[in-house]
Design a protein around this ligand. Structure first.
Ligand code: GCU
Length: 663
C-alpha cells in the first residue's frame, strides 16, 4: 500500500508539470511564467466580494510577480465603460475601474506587460474600449458540427450540457476576457429553430453562468421561422399579432432563465434562410418586431446585411440597395451587422459601401476569423493587417477622415450602442484553432475590438512573445513572416482585386473555370473574374454595374477610373486589357504572373524562416507549423498553376521566362 502511494505520488510530482505545461497549444497566449508563484494575498488590496474580483485576485496570486496591487472600484470612472486606469504608486500598482470587469481587464493588462518584459515602473495608463460589444460569432450547429470550422467539432457539448461541464468552457471565457471580448453568439447564423426550445435554453444558461464572471454575455442566432416551426403558428409574419406575442413570450422565457441575456443575431432572407420578405415585409419590420420584445430587458438585435439573391444585379451592390431605403426605420436597439466587404470575406475586398451610407442606423463590422477563404487552418495567414485595412479605410461619408472605425465606434455620430463582431475560428481541437498561428487571429480581433488604434505590428509582437518566446532571434523573423502573410496569401490566391474564384462550396482551392450550366450565375467563379480574350476583371464602373457609385466622392471617381484605382483592387472594379500597362511598366498579364509567383516564393521563404526557428520552439509546435507550411507551399503552387494556366487560355500570352513553369 505504502509502495503504491509512493509510486502515485512520484508519478504525480514527475508528470504534473508536463501535464499542465504541455506544449500542445492549449494554453494559447496565457503562458504566464510558472517558475515562481504569484504574490501573496496580503499584497492584493481590494474591497468587497464579487466573482469577477475573485478571478482577478486569483490571476494575481497565481501569476503576478511584481509589487502589491490595489484593485479599486471608482464610480467616477463610469465614462470609461469597461475601461480602467493603471498607475504605479510608490509601493503598489493601483488599478481602478467603475466595474469589476474593468479591474479584471486591468489585471490582464499588467500580466501582459509582465509577460512581454515591458517596463512596469512608471505606469500611467487609461484604457477605454473602442466598442461596447466585442463579440465572437460561433457558426456552431446543435449536432456539434461547425459551419466553416477547421479546428474540430464545436466546443459546446450540447448533449452533455447542462449536467456535464467541460473545463474548456471556463478556459475559453478566460482567454476572451484576457483580450477584452465580452460577448458571444453561441450558434450558427443558419440557425436551427430548436435553439430556442426550453431544453436548449437550459443548456445555454449553464454556459452563461460560467461566462458571466468573466464579463461575457451570451447571445443567440435565431431562425426567423421559429414561431411557425417550434411554436406551431400558421406563419412567422412579423406583423401577425400572434407571431409578435410568440416572440414576446419566448423572450420573457429566455430572460427568466438568463437575466443578462444579450440579444439576437439574425440572418434573414439570405441564402435560403427565412425572413420578413417571405411575407412581403421589410428587414426593418422583422428587426423591429424582435427589438420591441427585447427592449424592456435591455437586449439588442444584430441584423445582418449579408443579403443577396440570384438577381441580374451585381451581387456587390445588393446589400446597399436593400438597406439604404430603410435607413432611419430601425429601432435604436437594432444594429446592422455588415461584412467587411461587399461580397464575402474574400482575401481582399474594398470596404462595404454600406459603412457610412446608413446615417440614421447603427452599423457594426463583421469580420471572419475562421479562414473560410484563406486556406482553412492549413495556411499561416495573420489577419491583423486585413482587419486594420477595413477599419482604417476612409469612407468619406462625413468628409475626409471618416474611417470605417469612426463611423462604427460612435466618433462621427452619437450611437446608442457600438459593436464589432467576428466569426470565430475556435473548435474542440487541443490547440483551439487548428493551426497554432491561427490563435493569433483570435487574439488580434480581441485586441482591435478593444482598441482599433493598435497596429498589427504591436499585436503580432505581443502575441509572439506571449505565445512563444521574447527572444528577438525568434520574435523578429516570425513577426515579419506574420505581417506579410496576408499579402502573400492574396498574391498566390487572388491578386490585383480578383475574387471568389474558389472551388465551389468548400472554398479551399482554385476553380476559376467553375461554371455549371444552369447553376446560379452568382455562385460561379466565371461571374467574378469575367476573363475573355480582351482582358480580365469585373467592370463595376459607369459602363459596367456602376457599383462604384455606391461609394462617396472622391472614392467613386478614384475607384471608377482605371488610372487612379489602386492596383490591388483594379480587377475588382475594372475589366482590364491583358496588355494594359501597370504602374511598374509591366503588362497586366505579366504582372499577374509575377504576383502569383511572388506569393509562392514568399511561402517558401516562410518555410526557411520557420526551419531556422527550431532551437527556439518546442518540438510539438515546431513540427506542427512546419508541416502546415509544407501544405501551404504546395497549395500556393496549385493556385498559381491553376490560375495562370486557365487565364492564359484567354490572354494567349507567354508566361515570363523567369517564372517557375507550371507543372
Ligand atoms: C458564406 C459562407 C456560408 C455562411 C454565409 C453567411 O457564404 O460560405 O457558409 O453561411 O457566408 O455569412 O451567412
Amino acid at each position: 500500500m505504502f509502495y503504491l502511494r509512493t509510486c502515485i505520488l512520484f508519478l504525480f510530482l514527475f508528470l504534473f508539470p508536463f501535464c499542465v505545461f504541455a506544449e500542445d497549444g492549449s494554453q494559447l497566449w496565457l503562458r504566464f511564467p510558472n517558475v515562481k508563484n504569484g504574490i501573496s494575498t496580503d499584497k492584493i488590496i481590494s474591497k468587497g466580494k464579487n466573482p469577477t474580483l475573485d478571478i482577478a485576485k486569483k490571476e494575481l496570486t497565481t501569476y503576478w510577480q511584481g509589487q502589491a496591487v490595489e484593485l479599486r472600484t471608482e464610480k467616477s470612472l463610469k465614462n470609461l465603460k469597461d475601461g480602467y486606469t493603471i498607475i504605479s504608486g510608490l509601493d503598489k500598482i493601483i488599478i481602478s475601474s467603475a466595474k469589476e470587469t474593468g479591474l479584471l481587464y486591468g489585471v490582464y493588462h499588467i500580466l501582459r506587460l509582465q509577460q512581454t518584459q515591458s517596463d512596469l515602473t512608471h505606469l500611467n495608463i487609461t484604457e477605454k474600449p473602442s466598442y461596447d460589444v466585442r463579440i465572437l460569432n460561433h457558426w456552431d450547429n446543435l449536432d456539434g458540427s461547425i459551419e466553416r470550422g477547421y479546428a474540430g467539432h464545436s466546443l459546446w457539448k450540447w448533449e452533455d450540457l447542462p449536467g456535464t461541464i467541460s473545463p474548456r468552457y471556463e478556459a475559453y471565457a478566460r482567454a476572451n476576457a484576457s483580450i477584452g471580448i465580452n460577448a458571444v453568439v453561441l450558434n450558427n447564423v443558419n440557425a436551427s429553430p430548436n435553439m430556442l426550445k426550453n431544453e436548449y435554453l437550459i443548456k445555454v444558461k449553464a454556459l452563461a453562468d460560467i461566462f458571466r464572471p468573466y464579463g461575457i454575455k451570451v447571445y443567440l442566432s435565431v431562425n426567423f421561422s421559429s414561431p411557425k416551426v417550434i411554436g406551431g403558428l400558421e406563419n412567422s409574419d412579423p406583423l401577425n399579432k400572434k407571431v409578435q406575442e410568440w416572440w414576446k413570450q419566448k423572450t420573457n422565457e429566455i430572460y427568466k432563465i438568463i437575466p443578462d441575456f444579450g440579444g439576437f443575431l439574425v440572418k434573414a432572407n439570405s441564402e435560403g434562410q427565412p425572413g420578413p420578405q417571405d411575407y412581403g415585409r421589410t428587414h426593418a419590420d422583422g428587426a423591429n418586431m424582435m427589438a420591441d420584445v427585447l427592449k424592456p430587458h435591455g437586449g439588442i438585435v444584430m441584423w445582418r446585411a449579408f443579403v443577396y439573391s440570384a438577381s441580374p444585379e451585381d451581387r456587390a451592390k445588393q446589400a446597399y440597395l436593400e438597406f439604404l431605403p430603410l435607413d432611419g426605420k430601425f429601432r435604436d436597439n437594432v444594429i446592422i451587422q455588415i461584412k467587411n466587404g461587399p461580397i464575402d470575406f474574400q482575401p481582399r475586398e474594398p470596404f462595404n459601401p454600406l459603412f457610412g451610407a446608413l446615417k440614421k442606423t447603427s452599423e457594426m463590422v463583421e469580420f471572419q476569423i475562421t479562414q473560410e477563404y484563406l486556406g482553412f487552418s492549413n495556411h499561416l495567414v495573420f489577419l491583423g493587417p486585413l482587419f486594420k485595412e477595413t477599419l482604417d479605410s476612409d469612407t468619406y461619408a462625413y468628409g475626409k477622415g471618416s474611417t470605417v472605425s469612426k463611423v462604427t465606434d460612435g466618433t462621427l455620430r452619437p450611437a446608442k450602442l457600438t459593436a464589432i463582431s467576428a466569426v470565430a475560428n475556435i473548435g474542440d481541437e487541443t490547440n483551439w484553432t487548428g493551426n497554432h498561428f491561427a490563435q493569433a487571429n483570435w487574439y488580434a480581433f480581441g485586441r482591435l475590438a478593444w482598441n482599433h488604434q493598435l497596429g498589427s505590428d504591436q499585436i503580432a509582437g505581443e502575441w509572439i512573445k506571449m505565445t512563444f518566446t521574447d527572444d528577438k532571434n525568434f520574435v523578429n523573423p516570425v513577426k515579419e513572416m506574420m505581417l506579410s502573410s496576408r499579402e502573400t496569401a492574396v498574391d498566390y490566391m487572388m491578386p490585383l482585386g480578383l475574387h471568389h474564384i474558389f472551388a465551389f462550396d468548400h472554398h479551399y482551392g482554385p476553380e476559376p473555370w467553375g461554371n455549371i450550366p444552369g447553376g446560379r450565375p452568382d455562385w460561379m467563379p466565371v461571374y467574378y473574374h469575367k476573363a475573355d480574350e480582351n482582358g480580365l476583371g469585373f467592370n463595376r464602373t459607369q459602363t459596367g454595374s456602376n457599383a462604384v457609385a455606391q461609394y462617396f466622392p472622391p472614392l467613386n471617381e478614384t475607384y471608377g477610373n482605371i488610372e487612379t484605382c489602386p492596383e490591388n483592387l483594379i480587377l475588382w472594379f475594372h475589366h482590364v486589357p491583358w496588355k494594359y500597362t501597370m504602374k511598374d511598366g509591366k503588362s497586366l498579364w505579366d504582372e499577374l504572373c509575377y504576383t502569383y509567383d511572388k506569393g509562392v516564393k514568399n511561402v517558401r521563404e516562410y518555410q526557411k524562416t520557420w526551419d531556422r526557428m527550431e532551437p527556439y520552439v518546442d518540438a510539438e509546435r515546431f513540427h506542427h507549423v512546419q508541416s502546415r507550411l509544407k501544405i501551404q507551399s504546395k497549395d500556393a503552387v496549385w493556385w498559381k498553376d491553376a490560375c495562370l494556366l486557365y487565364f492564359q487560355t484567354y490572354s494567349k500570352m507567354p508566361i515570363p521566362y523567369d517564372i517557375e513553369r507550371p507543372v
